[in-house]
Write a new protein. Sequence first.
Length: 132
Amino acid sequence: MFGIGVPELILILIVGLVVFGPGKLPEIARSVGKGVREFKKATNAFSQAINAPMETPVQQQSTQPVQQQPVQTQTAPPSHQSMEASAQQAATTPNITPEAGPAPAPKPAYEAPTQESVRQQLAEQAAKKTDA
């Protein structure tokens, strides 16, 4: 245990008792114990965050086309105004068909900068400094 034997530990406890007194010693021991416990929790959380797998990869789209059916929320018979609104909505919404091909891949949340993009940014900053 860190090269501290029983006689050294007893000597440390006696010095602590003399310096802090019998009333404060339990309180100090409690606070030290809480500090050690919080430190262990923080190190465990940090190591789990480091060792955790990176973000899950984007799920592949299924090969079967998914057909979306509109959900009707009205229970009353459709009126003339609601039929006009649904016709207008159908005219403005694009028709999604399986023949349209696969949807474009979503853009990643973070994209690492390349050397070329950094050079462009530096050139833009230099141009702004010379213009100002």
